[in-house]
Design a protein around this ligand. Structure first.
Ligand SMILES: Nc1ncnc2c1ncn2[C@@H]1O[C@H](COP(=O)(O)OP(=O)(O)O)[C@@H](O)[C@H]1O
Ligand SMILES: [Mg+2]
Length: 311
């Protein structure tokens, strides 16, 4: 059985130039469009194998790719633009190809090139504002990213921030036989680490971790197991109260997970607005964590650097 879904009436034609990234689910290539435009493209190819007996493209995949396409075609300045999406199934194998606008570098590369004295405050503000605008747009369209981290945030040569690699988490966590890759825990919200229910607030946790990283130029919480990741988090934000701990979690509440009470200053050298926004992103209780829309109205974004806010 063969199946094909094409979302673009006239498919794009391109030639692959080089491999630019290799994830756990497939590869990303740099490509050039053939024909008049000669645009640079990023081509992301996934290979899946089903466990199920049924061949063809499963309905959830059709739904998810349609959603990606909807969000990717919207032309939001802070979301990487999806130009084409197609899937081909041959027996129990499925090839999914996404064609995206090509963006020069990701935030992780950008940060690795930052001067040792750190990024300027105006730049940090600009990056966060663009990131939050992109997240607000995704959340308004009911798309959770779930894997927001510097490698999944692109930085164009004109300084535009574009969120990449979104929405697919849901495709990938269905009943597909996955080759377990190395997935970083560093940007993961506590409710995800605790296997509890989660919502768009998981992305705001990650945004908080990235906000801190823009100051530190290194990840804020670097754990290598779920428990260690939680310990790193509680060292900074303090152990939450037992009432806030999700009841259904396989990791039981324990005083040994961290110190009680949080430091009032999460990072050294933050001013009041910076610290306040960061601490609202890094609230343990997801229902109290700030939303992207709310964060954009935070005083942190209101005043140009150098001026103090009037509280
Ligand atoms: N549109 C793009 N333009 C340029 N490089 C990209 C683009 N999309 C992804 N990349 C690069 O490829 C890497 C992997 O892409 P990503 O979409 O994050 O896939 P994965 O699922 O493998 O993490 C990214 O970290 C980034 O460096
Ligand atoms: Mg990625």
């Amino acid at each position: 059985f063969r199946g094909k879904m094409d979302f673009c009436p006239e498919s794009l034609h391109y030639e692959l130039l080089a491999e630019v990234g290799e994830g756990s689910f497939g590869k990303v290539y740099k490509a050039r469009e053939v024909g008049e435009k000669q645009r640079l493209l990023a081509v992301k190819k996934f290979n899946f194998r089903w466990e199920s007996e049924e061949a063809g493209i499963p309905p959830f995949m059709i739904r998810e790719v349609a959603l990606l396409r909807k969000v990717g075609y919207f032309n939001h300045p802070n979301i990487v633009k999806l130009l084409d999406a197609s899937a081909v199934s041959i027996g129990s194998a499925l090839d999914l190809t996404l064609v995206l606008e090509y963006i020069d570098q990701d935030l992780s590369t950008f940060l690795s090139k930052a001067p040792a004295c750190g990024l300027g405050r105006d730049l940090i503000k600009d990056v966060m504002q663009q990131l939050l605008r992109g997240l607000d747009f995704l959340h308004t369209n009911l798309v959770l990213h779930r894997d927001l981290k510097p490698e999944n945030i692109l930085v164009s040569s004109r300084g535009e921030i574009k969120i990449a690699d979104f929405g697919l988490a849901r495709i990938l966590t269905y009943n597909i036989a996955l080759t377990p890759g190395v997935v970083t825990l560093w940007y993961r919200a506590p409710e995800v680490l605790l296997n509890s229910v989660y919502m768009s607030s998981v992305d705001m946790w990650s945004a908080g971790c990235i906000f801190a990283e823009l100051f530190l130029l290194r990840p804020l919480f670097k754990g290598y197991t779920e428990v260690q990741q939680l310990q790193k988090i509680f060292e900074v934000i303090g152990l939450p109260s037992e009432d806030d701990w999700p009841q259904e979690s396989p990791i039981l509440y324990s005083e040994s997970l961290g110190p009680r009470g949080s430091c009032t200053n999460l990072l050294p050298n933050l001013d009041q607005d910076e610290n306040d926004l960061l601490s609202h992103c890094l609230l343990f209780n997801p229902s109290r964590r700030i939303s992207a829309a709310k964060a954009l109205t935070h005083p942190f974004f209101k005043y140009p650097t150098g001026e103090t806010s009037i509280v």
